[in-house]
Design a protein around this ligand. Structure first.
Ligand code: AMP
Length: 301
């Protein structure tokens, strides 16, 4: 089957500090993490923008993964740069710097070859820009949007407009509470459905994720890791892996979504085992399948 996946989001240089190490200007961004994760399952078309300082080796890396870069814009100026620092528990993260650079004026125009993509991920980006991409699509089969707390604070109205037009919405538990002012995550998903999306996925970091859909709830554990090196991009890897899996399967959405959550979880777990995309870059489908089987064993009863 293997339909295309279109992914729009940030393509970034990430400077990441953990209690053990510091790594400047790694390949990052919501679209990069999601695109690489999806590329293990389906052909990926990337939409993003980079500046003059974007290292050619990162472009080579996308290409080696077979990612279509027709929709990647090259603009005069600097690439979006995000710097963050993790606390000793590796869960709490502080943003040290956000330098928008060329992302500030990002106005994506989809190449004609992208407009019929059936599976679409509107990865973390200003909701108005996500919406602008959505309007250029011709009858997509499944559109899922991701977001972050920043947009709930500064672009809430745009986000609410967007939510009326997407099939799925992915957010983390604190964002879900913030969006609908409901502490209980299960009740929060019900309120989020009323905003538009038929499928709501709430990520709970090391505690897994919940899918709420017309046929009820599905709970997906996280893969228990002994060592977390850098969780940056885990959320994006989760949703990228999920969508890539869906595109590779087609068929009944509900069944594929549940399995897709498991595959997304597994790719996200690998992402956490290295800085930036370093561990994911060395991954292959066999290692993914092996960890899926391990997760199945861990949850069977
Ligand atoms: P995650 O760890 O899944 O929340 O995603 C982290 C990624 O989000 C990093 O690679 C950052 O480059 C990217 N990011 C951080 N802030 C923003 C922002 N304001 N807009 C788009 N992407 C962002």
């Amino acid at each position: 089957m293997n339909s295309n996946v279109l992914i729009v989001g940030s393509t970034a240089l990430d400077s990441i500090k953990t209690p053990r190490a510091e790594n400047p200007r790694l390949l990052g961004g919501s679209a990069s993490h999601a695109a690489v994760a999806a590329s293990f399952f389906a052909p990926v078309k990337l939409v993003g923008v980079v500046g003059e300082d974007f290292p050619p080796r990162y472009l080579r890396f996308y290409r080696e993964r077979g990612i279509d870069l027709t929709g990647l814009q090259f603009a005069p100026g600097k690439t979006f740069h995000w710097a963050g620092e993790y606390e000793i528990n590796m869960n709490n993260r502080r943003t040290l710097r956000t330098e928008l650079g060329v992302l500030a004026d990002f106005n994506p125009q989809l190449p004609v070859s992208y407009q019929h993509a059936p599976y679409v991920l509107l990865a973390n980006l200003a909701p108005a820009v996500q919406h602008h991409v959505l309007r250029q699509l011709r009858r997509p089969r499944f559109v899922v949007a991701d977001t972050m707390d920043l947009w709930l604070n500064v672009a809430r109205a745009d986000l609410l407009k967007l939510l009326k037009h997407v099939d799925g919405f992915v957010l983390n538990d604190s964002e879900a509470r913030q969006l609908v002012k409901e502490d209980n995550v299960v009740l929060a998903t019900r309120r989020i459905h009323r905003l538009g999306p038929k499928y709501v996925i709430v990520k709970k970091g090391e505690h897994g994720a919940i899918l709420s859909s017309p046929s009820g709830l599905f709970v997906c554990p996280a893969f228990p890791l002994e060592k977390v090196v850098d969780p940056t991009g885990a959320g994006d890897s989760f949703v990228g892996g999920l969508l890539g899996y869906l595109a590779s399967k087609g068929g009944a959405l509900e069944t594929a979504l549940r399995r897709g959550m498991i595959y997304g979880t597994v790719v996200a777990s690998f992402c956490c085992e290295g800085f930036g995309l370093q561990r994911t870059a060395r991954l292959d489908r066999r290692a993914i399948e092996q960890r899926v089987r391990q997760l199945e064993k861990l949850t069977r009863f």
